[in-house]
Design a protein around this ligand. Sequence first.
Ligand SMILES: O=C(O)CCC(=O)C(=O)O
Ligand SMILES: [Fe+2]
Length: 244
Amino acid sequence: MTALAQMAPDTAADRVARYGWPDLTQELDGFGCAVLPGLLSADECTGIAALYDEEAWFRSHIHMARHGFGRGEYKYFRYPLPDLIAALRTALYPPLAEIANRWNVRLGVDVVYPRNHADFLAQCHAAGQGRPTPLLLRYGPGDYNCLHQDLYGALAFPLQVAVLLSQPGEDFTGGEFVLTEQRPRMQSRAEVVPLRRGDAVIFAVHNRPVDGAKGAYRVNLRHGVSRVRAGRRHTLGVIFHDAT
Ligand SMILES: O=C(O)CCC(=O)C(=O)O
Ligand SMILES: [Fe+2]
């Protein structure tokens, strides 16, 4: 077991509270994504990436090429999650639930997410979604992640987070985080999110409201990763709904 399991989980809430949530909310409302610079330290990034080779932490291992998902691989964590990852997921959820609830109001969706992640997970479990979805991804030269949506059942929390664990320009080149937004009867919009090691991107899982002349309409988002040109790139994915 690495030092990771011993990291103090109580700092996660402080870290999350440090960010300027009004500005982040504006970014998410305007563009469907926002960056949390330096959510993890360099040591934490190295520690989490190193878990990839410790089988005991994971419930499954996916080779993307076998499924047509791209090229590269990832592993889903099993419960109990490493402390730091569990603490971050719990701490990130409440501000995101506020945004998600406002989005639902704007879209006329009659769903209110509970304030605490534990209560949302209880809803997932009651709906037959009980498998953990946080994951570690590993890309090498030529690897990429096709545009996709991380939906794992009827219940889906509309925002998710990915943390870049490797340093662009040092550990790898290429491998940009990409989001596309498909607007009804319009051409798609792409967004490339510049990240440094330890930065987290918050983004919409499948759709979000955009204001139009006749009220808010729904746009459809997908995310992926462009081709890694050289080196190795690791990411931590934090999804808030559990899977069937
Ligand atoms: O590797 C990345 O940056 C994207 C990972 C991803 O698809 C996810 O976290 O859901
Ligand atoms: Fe994803």
